[in-house]
Structures are given as structure tokens and as C-alpha cells.
Ligand binder design. Structure first.
Ligand code: ADP
Ligand code: MG
Length: 807
């Protein structure tokens, strides 16, 4: 019955190492008890001594060992927040920043004004904040305002193993900031926390830390997790496999029989056995998880288990396909489904509404067994209490980005061994657990050891702009934990130069000199303004141009909607019953109809998918942005709320950059006029200029693959306007697009029609000017990948004003 204070004082007495200060925390006894069981508590002294002695400490401990919730508390108690400084903690995910701040506030019995969070759109930070959880992007923005981060006495970089781009950059920056602070007599500590032991990229990197920081390991897994591999060779149809996996789990194959017995035994003895099922990730797993509540594992677990009884397995499969049962405790065949516990199935993925996400933390209904079907969100950032079984499909859905062509695609790939072990580890938190891997040990052996850093997989133009704004001119020399290739850096600088955010490098000199100059272009005033907007440079450019003809509120809305993931509900997911299918088809039809309505008429149709976004947001806000409106019109409520917040934030940013802008958020915004639509299209063209495409010409049509296709400067193959696009029927000659997603074909997303004669005026850097008789209209030069224009289109790049609109 010792309270925390006693324990700690005793510990310090015994070890004769009293901390300089000790700020008592008044925790509830049950909280205290739970804390004392966390492995990290045993390491508190070692950690705090290292922190006191060194500028930077690396802390490794498996997920659930208590890093995120406890280390800030250790620091608080040791007085790191008692003399004015804040303890800052960065998380790569918003969900984690919010939920961890709540948890730590609860554990410490302190209000949210003291243990607070800040994410892109919102936060509850006050003057009294002592511990601040935030997304890594938020801290990066703060560095732009105060390079020395003087508010903070400690910065904890959490989940460093995820290697998110901002986390990597922060570590690079902090490796310089911390010594600077200490040199100036403003002591500061850096703690890097990782769930894996692979920290060499931080510790062994001489560019980062001259003397490697100490690495403290926390022995974490409380209970053993038995790993069961699939003995069959995996098939490509992995969802079928996962689906089947759950069935196999309880019906078929030899290794699964033993599970079944164990499970049945458990289900008699233990009330709350819980599953955590990892399926693919992170974007569209809804479809799969939503089809899962239809399975009732227990009706199978109660069946007599006969090894190799294939017929029965088939029968069971059929039974499930009919979607029998599904209410809790309501079994289709009570005789067969004997002493079983109904499954309480909850999906968990990042696009899920927050209140749905929070459900996994509450205990399931009495007598039911929780089964969480999750994406990577549950891999490291969130720890669901009491999981005993994990079913791991071994795959992850990742966004891939072709650095040459800029084409994005989501691909399902194998996870790394580190991820697989993370997932397995989730089963052993409260008692010994089991992990069922839906792949063989041979396949596991072929997995890469660790996931690669995000920075090597995505464009870096936003980062380069942020760094230039921090006056880091030679971005190549930046101490990246894993540096992006110089080719990626060059193309980022090139884009920023074309957008006018960086000064143009001299065109004279020897080749090597020119190359070098190209990699150290200073930022322009326009670039500074763009860096102040929390969106990618192309969108920032649009905002910077938005002050024409009253277009700013529209541009803010379009940019907000373009940067929020998926504003429309996905009605193409596989539904279940006939009835559900009909309902879904009805909703889809309604959604298609609404999109047509939002696309408007006359001029506005030319703004294409961006007009649809504008119309959707306008209509939704006009109706008060209610859950009901979104539900009825096929909009994702969470996305609409995010757009609302982002509009507010961008409006503030515009007013801050340009004090006389005087923009405000108008929820009863009238649709843009015809001349505003023209202006908006030009602004969009100026921002998305390198994403231009031209409908194919007659000669290319000889090859049928080019039918209805578009040519882009960099791709050899045609790209297409998606059937769901507002411009699908119109097929304008020139369009710009938000991005190309490769699914069945290469489709442009976010398409807007532009006019040929604007191109030389707005995008001279992409044009080759030729004699008038050569070509009457702009055209693509296949060799240079550039747009050719005739000479009459002269252009003087004196200001960023748009050309006059011809009515
Ligand atoms: P780590 O950062 O090392 O992964 P955490 O500090 O996140 O570990 O978690 C430590 C413990 O706190 C875990 O047992 C976890 O289940 C518990 N925990 C975290 N958040 C909550 C919550 N919202 N409700 C209940 N328990 C929680
Ligand atoms: Mg953590």
C-alpha cells in the first residue's frame, strides 16, 4: 500500500541519489498500482541519471513498456517543468498526441490545462501547461518561430522508430539546437524514444552526434508470446487468407486445432480473451473490418473438432457466408454453439470517427469477448488493454511514390520483421499470449529486418521549403538520420524554383558549379510567405496568389479540401446482405447526383473536381456542418470537420502573412461568380503547373490505349480522367490535376480545366517559345517534356499578378 512518493523517496534514499527537486504528484491508488507494474518504472533511476548527465539520451523499450505515459511524469517529478520550462513530447500521429495527453493528465490527476496537447488544428495548451504532447509537425513549426525552442526544458521525440519525416528532421535540428542551448547557458535535454532497438541511424551517425548518446534499454515484454506461423504457402489473395485465417483459426488445419482447444478452454475460464487482428493498412481497411462483425467465431469453437474434417469446414464456410447470426449472444444454432462467448468486434483505423476509435479502450459488454480489427494504428501508437491473441496478416498498405513521374499508388506489401514482432508483442501485455501469423516462417525470413524511413519514400519539397525558411540553404548538408537521395533533393529545389519560392540559380558557370548552386538557392519573400502556410508548396503558392477578385475564401476552401484525405464516403466497399447492398447502392446514387449538383453549371464546370469540393464544403457549411447532412450526402463527417478547422487556420495564416488581407471564414459563402471561377482556375494552374496534361492528338489515337487519354510531360503512358470526375464527359484539352493515382489505370485526381493561352503567361518556365508559324497553340515537346508555345506569348515575370481575364 505504499504510495508513489514513499516508494520514490525510499528508492532515492537507498541509492543515495536524491534528485535536486522532487515535485510530488497525487495519483489515485489504482493508477499507482498499474504504474508500478510497468517495466519502465524499474529503470526510472537509470533514465533520470542519464538525462541529468547527458544532453541527449536514447530510450528503447517495447510498446507498452510505459515510455510515452511515464517518462514525461519522471521528468515532471524531477523538476524539469518547475522552473518555467515545458516538457514537450512529439508524436507522429494526431491520435496518439491527443489520447496520450488525456492519459497522462488522468494518471497525474492534473487538469488538461497542465498536461495538454497541440495538433495541426486544435489543442488545449494554456499558460499553465507543463507537459505538452504535440505532433512532430507542430514542433517543427515552432522551431521556425523560435529556433532555440526556449519554452522547452526537455523535448521528447517519441516513436522515433517510425521514422516519420518530421521526426527525422526534428532529430537533425535538435542535434544542433540542444548543444547551442547548453552553450548559451539555457540547459535543454533531448530524449529520443524508440520501440525497436534499431537506433544506429541516430547514435552512430557522426553528422548528428559527435559523441554517441547513451542508449537505455527497457526490458519490456511482461509475458511470453507464442508465435504460430501458417504452414501453408501464402497466397496472393491475402484478404481471403486473413478471412479464412479467422476460420482456420478455429476449424481446420492441424496447428489451428490446438488453438481451438486452447481457446475453448479459455473461453470457459476467462471472460475477456481479446483479439487484435491486423489486416491491411491504413486507408481502406474499412471494407474488410466492416464485413467482419458477421463472423461469430464461437459458433465454430463450440463445434466438435475433428482433425482434417474438410467437409465440415466447407459447411462452416457456407454458414458464415450466409451471414447468420450477428447479434451478441444470439446464435443461429444454439445446440451446436454451446458454451460460447459472443464476439464484440470493433474496427480500428485512422479514418474512423474518433468516438468509434475510443471504444476499443472500454471493456466489452459483459460476457462478450472483444475482437479489434485494426490497421497499424494499433501496432505501436495505441495500446489496447488486455489483448491476448493477435492474428497478423503480415501485410501493410503503403503509399508508394514514383520519384521520377510523381505517380502515387497504394500497394500492399509485406511488413518488416520488426513490425511483425511489434504486432506479436501486443498479445503479451497482461498474460502469456499467442500470435497467429497468416504466413509461413519462410516468408517471415524473407521480410526486411526493419521498415525503411519515410523520407526515402516520398517527395520532400515541403521539407526543403521549411528548411530554407529556417535559413538552411544547403539542404544536402543537413544531418538527416537517413538522407534522401540528392536526386530527390534536386527535384524538390527545382519545383520550388519554378513556384518562385527559391531564387533562381545562375545559369552561367561550369556544370559542377551550376549543380552546386542549384542545391543552395536562398528563399525568396514569396517563399517565406508560402512557408508560413501549413500546406505543401503547390497549395501554398495558390494561397499566396489568392488575393485577387475576392478569391481568397474560395482558394482557402479548395486548398483545405484538397489536403484533407478523402472527403467522400466510400460506397464501393463490399457490403454484406442483400438489404445492405441495396441501401449502399441508393447512397451511392445519391452521392453521384450530389456531386453533379456541386459541379455547378456554365463556367464553374471548368473548375472541375475542385468545384465539386468547393460545392460540397459550401453546402455542408451552409447546413451547419451536421453529422446528418454528411450522412445523407455521402460526405465523411470527420473530413468535413477537419476542413472546417483547416479553413480557420489557413484564414488566420493568410491574415498574419498579409495584415491587410482581411479575410474571414464565411460559412454562408456564395458560389463564385463566372469571373471568379476563371481567376480560380488560373490560380490553380499557377500552383499545379507541373501537373499539367493535354488530351492526346489524332495521331496518337492510332494506338487504342490512348483513347480518351491524356499526355503528361513525364509519363510515356496515357493518364485518364476518372469516371467519378466532374470532367469525365467534357474531356477538356488542357487540364491540371492534384495527383495521379495508379489503380486499374493511371487516373488523375482533382482535375481542373485550364486554357492553353494561360500557360505561357503563368508557366513560362515550362514553355519553349518558338516561332509563330511553327505551332499556333501550345503543345508538348516529347523530347523535353515541356509545353511549346508560339512567340507571341511574351511574358514578363515582374510580379505574381495574374493576367487579365478575358470575359
Ligand atoms: P509505450 O509508450 O512504451 O508503448 P505507454 O506509455 O503508451 O507505453 O503505455 C503504458 C501503459 O499504459 C500500457 O499498459 C497501456 O495499456 C496503458 N494505457 C495507455 N493509454 C491508456 C488509456 N487511455 N487507458 C488505459 N490504459 C492506457
Ligand atoms: Mg508509446
Amino acid at each position: 500500500e505504499k504510495n508513489d512518493k514513499d516508494v520514490k523517496e525510499e528508492m532515492h534514499k537507498k541509492e543515495d541519489c536524491k534528485p535536486a527537486v522532487f515535485i510530488p504528484v497525487d495519483r489515485l491508488p489504482e493508477i499507482q498500482e498499474a504504474r508500478l507494474r510497468l517495466p519502465i518504472l524499474a529503470e526510472e533511476q537509470v533514465i533520470m541519471e542519464a538525462v541529468r548527465e547527458k544532453e541527449c539520451v536514447v530510450l528503447c523499450g517495447e510498446t507498452g513498456s510505459g515510455k510515452t505515459t511515464q517518462v514525461p511524469q519522471f521528468l515532471y517529478e524531477a523538476g524539469y517543468a518547475s522552473s518555467g520550462g515545458i516538457i514537450g513530447v512529439t508524436e507522429p500521429r494526431r491520435v496518439a498526441a491527443i489520447s496520450m495527453s488525456h492519459r497522462v493528465a488522468t494518471e497525474m490527476n492534473l487538469p488538461s490545462g497542465v498536461v495538454s496537447y497541440q495538433i495541426r488544428y486544435e489543442g488545449n495548451v494554456t499558460e499553465n501547461t507543463k507537459i505538452k504532447f504535440m505532433t512532430d509537425g507542430v514542433l517543427l513549426k515552432e522551431i521556425q518561430k523560435d529556433f532555440l525552442l526556449q519554452k522547452y526544458s526537455v523535448v521528447i521525440i517519441d516513436e522515433a522508430h517510425e521514422r516519420s519525416v518530421y521526426t527525422d528532421i526534428l532529430i537533425g535540428l535538435l542535434s544542433r539546437i540542444v548543444p547551442l542551448r547548453n552553450k548559451k547557458g539555457l540547459p535543454m535535454k533531448l530524449i529520443i524514444m524508440s520501440a525497436t532497438l534499431r537506433v544506429e541511424d541516430f547514435t552512430e551517425n557522426k553528422r548528428l552526434f559527435r559523441t554517441p548518446p547513451p542508449v537505455i534499454k527497457v526490458e519490456a515484454r511482461q509475458f511470453a508470446v507464442t508465435v504460430h506461423f501458417n504452414k501453408r504457402t501464402p497466397v496472393d489473395n491475402y484478404t481471403g487468407e486473413a478471412f479464412r485465417g479467422i476460420l482456420v483459426f478455429l476449424t481446420g488445419q492441424a496447428e489451428v486445432h490446438s488453438v481451438c482447444r486452447r481457446l475453448r478452454k479459455c473461453s470457459l475460464n476467462v471472460q475477456n480473451i481479446q483479439f487484435l487482428i491486423f489486416l491491411k493498412c491504413p486507408y481502406y481497411s474499412q471494407s474488410l473490418s466492416q464485413s467482419l462483425p458477421r463472423i461469430n467465431l464461437d459458433s465454430y469453437s463450440a463445434l466438435p473438432v475433428d482433425e482434417g474434417d474438410e467437409d465440415r469446414q466447407a459447411g462452416i464456410d457456407d454458414n458464415d457466408n450466409e451471414g447468420s447470426d450477428l447479434e451478441l449472444g444470439d446464435h443461429p444454432d444454439k445446440e451446436k454453439a454451446d458454451p460460447s462467448i459472443p464476439l464484440y468486434v470493433l474496427p480500428l483505423y485512422s479514418l474512423l470517427a474518433p468516438e468509434q476509435q475510443a471504444k476499443v479502450f472500454s471493456p466489452p459488454p459483459t460476457g462478450a469477448r472483444l475482437c479489434v480489427v485494426a490497421t497499424n494504428v494499433a501496432e505501436t501508437s495505441l495500446t489496447i488493454p488486455g489483448i491476448k491473441y493477435v492474428v497478423d496478416c503480415g501485410r501493410v498498405k503503403k503509399r508508394f511514390y514514383d520519384r521520377v513521374t510523381g505517380v502515387s499508388s497504394f500497394k500492399v506489401t509485406w511488413i518488416s520483421q520488426a513490425s511483425a514482432n511489434q504486432r506479436a508483442g501486443r498479445a503479451g501485455r497482461t498474460e502469456p499470449g499467442h500470435c497467429y501469423r497468416l504466413y509461413s516462417s519462410a516468408v517471415f525470413g524473407d521480410f526486411s529486418l526493419f521498415s525503411e524511413a519515410e523520407i526515402t519514400r516520398r517527395p520532400v519539397d515541403d521539407l526543403v521549403l521549411q528548411m530554407k525558411d529556417l535559413n538552411i540553404e544547403k539542404v544536402v548538408n543537413f544531418p538527416f538520420p537517413t538522407p534522401p537521395s540528392s536526386e530527390v533533393l534536386i527535384s524538390a529545389e527545382q519545383l520550388l524554383i519554378s513556384l518562385g519560392a527559391l531564387e533562381e540559380p545562375p545559369r552561367r558557370g561550369r556544370l559542377g558549379e551550376m549543380e552546386r548552386a542549384r542545391l543552395s538557392c536562398p528563399i525568396t519573400p514569396l517563399g517565406r510567405a508560402m512557408a508560413a502556410f501549413p500546406v505543401a508548396p503547390r497549395y501554398a503558392k495558390m494561397l499566396a496568389l489568392g488575393r485577387q477578385q475576392g478569391c481568397m475564401p474560395y482558394i482557402i476552401t479548395i486548398v483545405a479540401a484538397m489536403t484533407v484525405r478523402e472527403i467522400f464516403e466510400d460506397y464501393d466497399r463490399p457490403a454484406g446482405s442483400e438489404e445492405e447492398n441495396t441501401k449502399m447502392a441508393g447512397k451511392k446514387a445519391r452521392c453521384v447526383q450530389m456531386r453533379r449538383l456541386w459541379a455547378g453549371q456554365g463556367q464553374s464546370v471548368q473548375l472541375g473536381d475542385l468545384m465539386v469540393l468547393l460545392g460540397a464544403v459550401g453546402a455542408c457549411e451552409f447546413a451547419g456542418c451536421t453529422h446528418q447532412f454528411c450522412e445523407e450526402n455521402g460526405l465523411r463527417y470527420k473530413a468535413m470537420l477537419e476542413i472546417r478547422r483547416l479553413r480557420g487556420q489557413l484564414t488566420n495564416a493568410v491574415n498574419a502573412v498579409c495584415s491587410d488581407a482581411g479575410v474571414y471564414v464565411d460559412n454562408k459563402m456564395a458560389p463564385p461568380t463566372a469571373s471568379q471561377v476563371l481567376c480560380l482556375r488560373q490560380i490553380v494552374l499557377a500552383g499545379l503547373g507541373d501537373h499539367i496534361a493535354r488530351r492526346v492528338q489524332a495521331e496518337e489515337l492510332l494506338d487504342p490505349k490512348w483513347r480518351n487519354g491524356y499526355k503528361t510531360p513525364l509519363l510515356d503512358d496515357p493518364v485518364f480522367i476518372h469516371p467519378s470526375s466532374a470532367l469525365h464527359k467534357t474531356l477538356p484539352e488542357f487540364v491540371v490535376y492534384q495527383e495521379i493515382m495508379e489503380t486499374t489505370k493511371m487516373y488523375m485526381r482533382g482535375v481542373c480545366a485550364v486554357q492553353a493561352e494561360w500557360i505561357p503567361k503563368l508557366l513560362p518556365q515550362y514553355c519553349h517559345f518558338s516561332a509563330p508559324e511553327e505551332s499556333p497553340a501550345p503543345w508538348f515537346c516529347p523530347l523535353s517534356g515541356r509545353v511549346k508555345c508560339h512567340q507571341q506569348s511574351t511574358f514578363y515575370r515582374v510580379s505574381w499578378k495574374l493576367p487579365a481575364i478575358e470575359m
